[in-house]
Ligand binder design. Structure first.
Ligand code: ATP
Ligand code: MG
Ligand code: MG
Ligand code: MG
Length: 477
């Protein structure tokens, strides 16, 4: 199946189960002070769960473009390094607003994955909430009992509160969740640990694909939990990960979601994808970041020097840095990916196709201006090493502060020349600057200075863990 067919099959399946198919909300959130970017499918339905908006359709499904680059969900540092966390990704979801509950949600998820998508049952695992005595929360035996009708009991694993209990915030709707994981390891490796799934913890070939959240409690102001009068289902499945499993690839980037971009980059750079880990990472970063940047711009967020605009600028500059450093693109290139992407999403998210020229122009302008700074910084670096035998902390800081060099770029340049960087000195200078700017409560304008997250109170979506290392660290029931 192609990725287009897979997306459509998901929507068709839930349509056949009485769901209304709704459009994706924009990835940029404009009217919610607690959230910068859409980070989960449920964001656009928040008011329904809080009982603050009328329920029009009790069953809804969609594909939502999500961005996880700030606040509670920030996967940015993993992106390109691992093969299944993206900045922008599609979250396929189905919802019940006071309608069906665990039984149907579980049965349909299973039927869709195993009957429609024909995923191998022997590679699927599920998790259920183990309970929490301190909170007076019981193990989710309801979910367990529905799952055991469908899957061998030794494939149902227990998860703790952090992973398997979802809360909207300090107050409000919450409940246990059940995750579905897929084991893509070759048979030979899986055979070694048959009956002992715990061994696959931390394996990047065992990935979470779907999270089914069952909202059944309301947390009151005093922290106590009461049953919700109407129970809801909120599910989210990573589209690119699903495609990878169905297409039998060991990386999301090997699917037809990313290959058109990767191949375009490979052709233009004259470097083969797969030839070297460093250039591979760079190609993955570019093919990922252009999606986040393009959709953010198409959805109305231009790169700028503060808040959401600053996050977008940083993502784009991260891409430029990888392109420049590892793929040898010394002149603007990344904007050329916009038409490739727009074509890919034609008929899915037409927002990009309709604004293709504009988006391309904005990306080009950003590239031009950042490359100018980058080139000037490298010139400054070259001059410096003519008279210095290693990189002083203050100089590393100057590159960081004035030329937007992240410290790893400085280290890389230094390493290439066989020089070392005074990291302690750099940290000292950085700390001193932080203190100065805190004192002045100035807005950060450096290219790579982190946005001060403390000043933004982010909406709490799903759980808080994001690293690939969390996969399957569950106990068996
Ligand atoms: P992970 O543990 O892999 O970081 P998560 O538990 O943070 O995922 P959820 O909040 O449960 O993810 O979101 C629902 C689904 O969205 C996940 O099961 C996964 O398939 C997908 N997903 C989450 N984060 C990303 C991401 N950064 N890129 C691609 N898909 C993602
Ligand atoms: Mg999850
Ligand atoms: Mg997870
Ligand atoms: Mg995560």
């Amino acid at each position: 199946m192609t990725s287009r067919e897979i997306r459509q099959a998901f929507l068709d399946y839930f349509k056949s189960k009485g769901h209304q198919i709704v459009p994706s909300a924009p990835v940029v959130v404009k009217n919610d002070p607690t959230l910068m970017f859409t980070n989960a499918g449920m964001n656009q339905f928040k008011d329904l769960f809080l009982g603050e908006a009328a329920i029009k359709y009790p069953r809804v499904a969609d594909t939502q473009r999500c961005l996880r680059v700030s606040g509670k969900h920030n996967d940015l540092e993993e992106v390109g390094i691992d093969t299944y966390h993206h900045t922008l990704f599609e979250m396929l979801g189905n919802w019940s607003f006071g309608d069906y509950f665990k039984k149907e949600a579980i049965a349909w998820a299973w039927e869709l994955l195993t009957e429609v998508f024909k995923l191998d049952k022997d590679r699927l695992y599920v998790t259920i909430f183990e309970g929490d005595a301190a909170e007076g929360l019981e193990r989710d035996m309801e979910a367990y009992d529905f799952w055991k009708e469908l899957i061998a009991e030794d494939r149902i694993l227990l998860g703790n509160k952090k992973d398997n209990f979802w809360e909207m915030g300090d107050m409000g709707p919450c409940g246990p969740c059940s995750e579905i994981h897929y084991d893509m390891r070759p048979d030979s490796e899986r055979a070694v640990v048959a009956g002992q799934q715990l061994v696959n913890a931390d394996d990047p070939q065992v990935i979470e694909i779907w999270n089914l959240v069952f909202m059944q409690f309301n947390r009151l102001k005093d922290g106590s939990l009461v049953q919700l009068p109407a129970k809801h289902v909120d599910t989210g499945m990573g589209f690119e990960r699903l495609v990878r499993c169905i297409q039998g690839k060991s990386s999301n980037y090997d699917t037809d979601v990313f290959q058109p971009l990767i191949q375009f980059i490979a052709e233009k750079s004259g470097i083969v994808y797969g030839a070297d880990e460093k250039t591979d990472i760079a190609m993955r970063v570019l093919s990922d970041h252009i999606r986040a940047v393009s959709f953010a711009i198409a959805d109305g967020q231009l790169p700028s020097n503060n808040k959401a605009g600053y996050v977008i600028r940083r993502i784009l500059r991260r891409a430029v840095r990888y392109a420049y450093t590892f793929l040898n693109f010394k002149t603007p290139f990344i904007h050329e990916l916009v038409p490739v992407l727009a074509q890919q999403f034609k008929g899915v998210f037409d927002e990009l196709y309709q604004q293709q020229d504009f988006v391309e122009k904005v990306v080009l302008e950003e590239e031009v201006s950042f490359l100018r700074t980058l080139t000037a910084g490298i010139q400054r670096f070259e001059n410096y090493i003519e008279t210095n035998s290693n990189i002083d902390g203050n100089f590393a800081f100057e590159l960081f502060d004035t030329f937007g060099f992240p410290i790893d770029l400085t280290e890389l340049l230094a390493r290439e020349k066989g020089l070392s960087v005074d990291m302690d000195g750099f940290q000292k200078a950085l700390t001193a600057q932080k203190e100065r700017s805190r004192a002045a409560t100035a807005i950060d304008t450096g290219d790579w200075v982190l946005v001060n997250e403390d000043q933004e109170s982010e909406f709490v979506g799903y759980d808080q863990l994001t690293s690939q290392t969390e996969i399957l660290k569950y106990r068996k029931v």
